[in-house]
Write a protein that binds this ligand. Structure first.
Ligand code: ATP
Ligand code: MG
Length: 419
């Protein structure tokens, strides 16, 4: 076998997909109780959507996109994140024309061309939620509650929530000017990327993971000091809602989302035990985004949460998720006539909702019974020539070893009682 999966991708086998299904169900249930509805957008979009919707000065757009040309020479990109697509769908389908807000969520694969390592893949999966058409600070708090509560529902311990306000087009330019003035004399101490950011996007310098840059910017002017009254009021209200909901947060004046259309609330959720890849979730308010990609001015707030990292953090903590399904029955038959009758019986029982497995390799009765052990079947149904003649099946409780013959017509009823 010489064909292998592409670098930075994963196969999830059944022993892993049970955990994904468990997590996805928790996510869907949580979204339902908060009134978030699912949206599904294309896996690829016009490249321009991300250039404008994520920002040309970001690492994602500069270095991490899987971009290709279609046969007509149009530039397309595998989505590196979900918010730009949701904002596009919101504008394109004129959702803004209907009563706001729109509360949407997605569970979807994303693609980023970055160096594969633990917790960092070329194809990974995000759960994201967006509240569009509302500038109410309660929406910010609701979004944060949703991301925070998922961790708790899955039994994840030691999560921390970091919170900041990054201002708005009114107050941020003044802050950026002060930050630039502070950073310029330090240019020599910054990494190459950050020196480039000085011109394009000085706020992102605060986000650099390199120790030398963090040290150089330790005393940089903090955003909260330069917030305008509107931003200050919004932040205070969002915080008061979080406190009312008992969500513990830490203020982090260095936390940024470096684009013009991000504003006000910014937050991150970190999980212990994931090393450098410890951010499980990032989010915030983006009141300028829909307009940036060609829609009418519409406020919005949301987050994206990395599901591989969430599962990684759970595994790290040895959290045992309750993933066992309903009991399984193995239907073993002896002889071709019984096998045919068995096929019909399996179809009947499956239609009634029971999990019924039959041998598909022409195995002996003895090996069929071994299948029952391997599949950890709760019961085995045995259909031999004798049972068939009597119109019955032999039912063995695999836990106790007890056996009894049950007429086929009463089987479904009896199985209902047994489980
Ligand atoms: P990081 O700083 O770790 O690169 P990011 O700021 O690029 O994260 P976001 O764009 O905010 O991440 O995406 C939200 C979440 O998606 C992250 O917190 C993380 O859990 C997950 N994520 C991002 N990139 C990857 C990746 N390449 N592989 C796996 N998960 C990822
Ligand atoms: Mg990244």
């Amino acid at each position: 076998m010489s064909i292998r999966r592409p670098q930075g991708t994963q196969d999830f086998l059944p022993r892993q997909t049970v955990y994904w299904q468990y997590m996805e169900k928790k996510i869907r249930d949580l979204c339902r109780v908060c009134g978030y509805e699912e949206i599904r957008t294309p896996v690829f979009e016009a490249t321009e959507l991300f250039q404008r919707g994520v920002g040309a000065a970001t690492d994602i757009v500069n270095k991490e996109m899987f971009t290709f040309e279609d046969k007509g020479g149009r530039s397309l990109t595998l989505r590196p994140e979900g918010t730009a697509s949701v904002a596009r769908a919101y504008a394109e389908n004129k959702l803004y024309g209907q009563t706001p807000p729109w509360k949407l969520y997605y569970l979807a694969p994303m693609f980023r061309h970055e160096k594969p390592q633990a917790g960092r893949f070329h194809q990974f999966h995000q759960f994201g939620a967006e509240a569009l058409g509302t500038s109410d600070p309660l929406a910010d708090a609701e979004i944060i509650w949703l991301a925070w509560t998922l961790g708790a529902k899955l039994g994840l311990k030691g999560l921390s929530l970091r919170l900041n306000s990054v201002g708005c087009p009114v107050c941020r330019p003044g802050h950026i000017a002060a930050l630039s003035a502070f950073l310029r004399p330090l240019a020599g101490e910054l990494c190459e990327d950050c020196r480039a950011r000085l011109d394009k996007n000085p706020l992102r310098v605060l986000d650099c993971k390199k120790e030398s840059c963090q040290k150089a910017t330790a005393n940089a002017p903090a955003l909260p000091g330069s917030l305008c009254p509107d931003c200050r009021e919004h932040f205070a209200a969002a915080r008061s809602y979080l406190e009312a909901m008992d969500i513990p947060y830490q203020l982090d004046e260095r936390l940024v989302r470096g684009l013009d259309y991000y504003c006000k609330t910014a937050f991150e959720i970190l999980a212990p035990g994931l090393g450098a890849q410890n951010a499980v979730c990032g989010g915030g308010r983006y009141d300028g985004l829909v307009q940036e990609i060609g829609g009418p001015p519409s406020p919005g707030v949301g987050f994206a949460l990395g599901l591989e990292r969430l599962l990684g953090a759970l595994a790290e903590q040895g959290a045992a998720l309750p993933v066992s399904g309903p009991p399984c029955y193995v239907l073993a038959t002896l002889g071709e006539t019984a096998r045919r009758r068995g096929a019909a019986l399996a179809a009947e029982l499956r239609a009634a909702g029971f999990t019924v497995l039959m041998d598909l390799q022409g195995r002996t009765l003895k090996s069929q019974l071994k299948l029952a052990d391997r599949k950890q079947a709760a019961f085995t149904l045995i259909l031999g020539e004798d049972e068939l003649e009597r119109g019955a099946a032999l039912v063995r409780d695999m836990r106790t070893g007890e056996q009894r013959e049950i007429p086929l017509a009463e089987l479904a009823r009896a199985m209902e009682d047994m489980t």
